[in-house]
Design a protein around this ligand. Structure first.
Ligand code: ADP
Length: 547
């Protein structure tokens, strides 16, 4: 046997013998059905985005076998999720719920504890439970993808938009509880959710928001998808980016369709960066910018063509600035440094007046140039932004991955104030450290009125252990350096969760202690997704799992 397969065969939950595990699995099979529990005993296949594995992290940062499941279980509904949870408590086996597992760059389907049992909710729990066209809302199960929700709305010819992230294959529910973002005015997915149903780590059921009140004659509450907070503490937040519950249903608001106009603005000089940020801030605060716009470095104009790096440059280390300039000069953007992608919404007259203002503000930067979709060729990335920014799911963003052979990526995602000086500081640190570890810098900034998500995409070759090690070292050093300046990440890959959580250390680690208190009271056996977001239950805490 190849070494990796031999080692993998031993991937059992920690502290559980082979015999005990086999017995537990047999029991689970008799409860959930023989075909709905699969052992992870075949060679690991990374697949690709649309055929992704649920057995491990396909975008492995360490060895492929590190973030790996011992088995995968497919419950058919909330009741079976409860059964799996009770089973896990009985056998002290860690479980790791995923909706669809397309959380690429953040850990995919891989559990933090090797040998945990992955609960793949999406395979059988994939129903759109309701679309309320008048309320412009829906309620979905974990396996509903952006594509599926979009298609159903089209099929029913409803005048509603969904809001999708850059790639449309992921779970609407999974992305929202991981606090992912999209690009229409409804782009903050968690902020636009309304009500959840959860299985708690001990197996009890909970409905949040107005769902906590029974409707007439036992029906679902009629305002479950209308009002978020209900009465008393607003608890939904603690179930996002956490390991306190398994979400089996979640409500979302949908945006009524409207007119829209996407555009790009190019800026010639690297040094324009600080001024661009300064101009965006008031425009975003006054809600003149229609959505969360993206600011990208011009190197991405090369990457989104889908051509590999070797097409442009074959030297080692970072692609030199002169090469990027020279290549960009032959693309529709021209020889520029920054590209801004925005979209305005409303009727024609209001879009025209918004654009007039936006043009005059950005026009203060010498050489700034406005381009509309009609100004660029049909295969240009701007057309993909038109789709995403009007609620149409796409896969175009995958083209990036041609940059490297066997490409995988990691996101470094710190939050910066929307201020030129702060944003420049973090940008310089990221550029310097990427150069140190020999990676091209791919910054995409999602800029709002008071903060910006600086999303830096490290693209590496999964088959090259040296590239993986460099990517890991780069991540660790960026997290450290950002934290020294007071900048923290909004989300991170599973393997960096401990380090990121540790940077939120104000008040002697008050936040960590609070999270641990909740974890231990809800999950006394620490069975649910130990280590996710740096939260370990008492069973694992301080026993060498934190990295
Ligand atoms: P997507 O396929 O939309 O990218 P995932 O299913 O990979 O999303 O979910 C992202 C992460 O959120 C998972 O790794 C898991 O930790 C958590 N998660 C996803 N779905 C659920 C759920 N229904 N209940 C609890 N946690 C979940």
């Amino acid at each position: 046997l190849p070494d990796s397969v031999a080692r993998r065969r031993t991937a059992l939950p920690p502290g559980v013998s082979k015999e005990a595990f086999e017995k537990a699995v047999a029991e689970l099979r008799s409860t959930i059905g023989k075909d709905n529990v699969e052992l992870n005993d075949k060679p690991l296949v990374d697949g690709w985005y649309m055929e992704h594995p649920n057995t491990h992290d396909a975008y492995h940062v360490v060895e492929q076998e590190e973030l790996i499941a011992s088995a995968v279980v497919y419950p058919s509904g909330t009741e079976e999720v409860q059964k799996v949870v009770r089973w896990a408590n009985q056998h002290k086996i860690p479980i790791y719920p995923i909706s669809m597992g397309r959380n690429i760059g953040y850990g995919g389907a891989g559990p933090r504890i090797p040998g945990a049992v992955v609960i793949d909710l999406g395979r059988r729990m994939n129903k759109i439970l309701n679309i309320d066209a008048d309320n412009a809302s829906c309620i979905v199960e974990p396996g509903v993808s952006y594509f599926a929700l979009y298609e159903e709305i089209q099929r029913r010819k409803l005048p509603l938009w969904i809001d999708c992230p850059d790639l449309g294959g992921g779970s609407v529910l999974g992305n929202a509880i991981d606090r992912g973002v999209g690009y229409t005015p409804y782009g903050d997915h968690f902020a636009n959710h309304c009500g959840m149903e959860l299985v708690l780590p001990t197996g009890e059921l909970l409905r949040t928001g107005m769902g906590a009140m029974p409707g007439k004659d036992g029906a679902d509450n009629p305002t479950w998808q209308s009002f978020q907070a209900a009465y008393g503490p607003y608890i939904d937040g603690i179930f996002s980016q956490s390991n306190y519950g398994i979400v089996t249903k979640m409500g979302f608001w949908l945006m009524p369709e409207t007119g829209h106009q996407s555009y790009m603005i190019t800026f010639p000089r690297e040094e324009d960066f600080a001024q661009i940020v300064e101009i965006i801030r008031p425009l975003a605060q006054k809600r003149i910018l229609g959505n969360i716009p993206q600011l990208r470095h011009v190197i991405q104009e090369l990457a989104v063509t889908g051509k590999p790096r070797s097409h442009w440059y074959t030297g080692p280390g970072q692609m030199p600035r002169e090469v990027i300039r020279e290549k960009a000069s032959k693309l529709p953007c021209g020889d520029v440094s920054w590209v801004f992608y925005g979209t305005q919404y409303g009727d024609e007259a209001s879009i025209a007046s918004q654009l007039k203002l936006i043009k005059s503000e950005f026009g203060r930067i010498e050489g700034a140039k406005f381009l509309f979709p009609s100004d660029v060729p049909a295969d240009h990335y701007l057309h993909s932004r038109v789709a995403v920014c009007s609620g149409v799911p796409v896969l175009k963003e995958l083209d990036w991955l041609n940059w490297q052979p066997n490409a995988a990526h990691l996101f470094f995602s710190p939050i910066s104030p929307t201020k030129g000086q702060d944003a420049s500081l973090i940008h310089k640190s990221i550029c310097r450290l990427h150069a140190k570890y020999g990676f091209d810098v791919f910054p995409t900034m999602c800029v709002a009125g008071r903060e910006m998500h600086y999303i830096s995409n490290i693209v590496y070759d999964r088959a090259d252990p040296d590239a993986k090690q460099r990517a890991t070292n780069l991540m660790r050093e960026m997290i450290r350096e950002a934290a020294q300046e007071g900048f923290g990440e909004y989300r991170t890959h599973l393997l960096f969760a401990d380090q990121v959580a540790e940077t939120y250390s104000w008040g002697g680690g008050a936040l960590r202690k609070f999270n641990e208190k909740i974890k231990d009271s809800l999950d006394p056996n620490s069975i649910l997704a130990p280590g996710r977001n740096g939260i370990w239950g008492q069973r694992y805490r301080g026993k060498g799992w934190e990295i």
